[in-house]
Write a new protein. Sequence first.
Length: 168
Amino acid sequence: MDLSRLYHKAQSSGFYRFFLEQALRRFVPFNRSHHFKVEHISNQSLKIKAPYRKSNLNHLKGIHACAMATIAEISSGLLLIGTLDPKRFRIILKSLHLDYHYQAKSAAIARFEIDDDWLQDRVLEPLENSDRVFVDCTVNVFDQEENQVATAIARWQIKDWKAVKTKV
């Protein structure tokens, strides 16, 4: 089963949501020990949680900056993969910038949302006239008490596979 189909099935099934989490752990070994959890999934929004556990903590017993950066990357990239056809478009991270506002002393949750107009205006229409587009995805990261602990901007390059020139 491809990731896009799994994403859509996970929207209405706890089993497939669990299966998606397991797939993310298996195919991205770096994330395995962090036990990131899909808190919410739909066609327009995604929430990924970094639990408050030892593997996600820094030396001050807060959620590590890199764990917050990773859930910001996953939430934006996975929503783009779930919304766009990964067989037609290559989606690759160009850059990731985070501003940290407070220490997360509980689980951290990254939220990314888009709507059909955003997708049309920033991705689909520009790709009609260009072989690639760069989109900045603003991802907000909150702690369990709803304090915004970080703001991320993930810049993704989206390109039609027909325009990809790298050798396999």
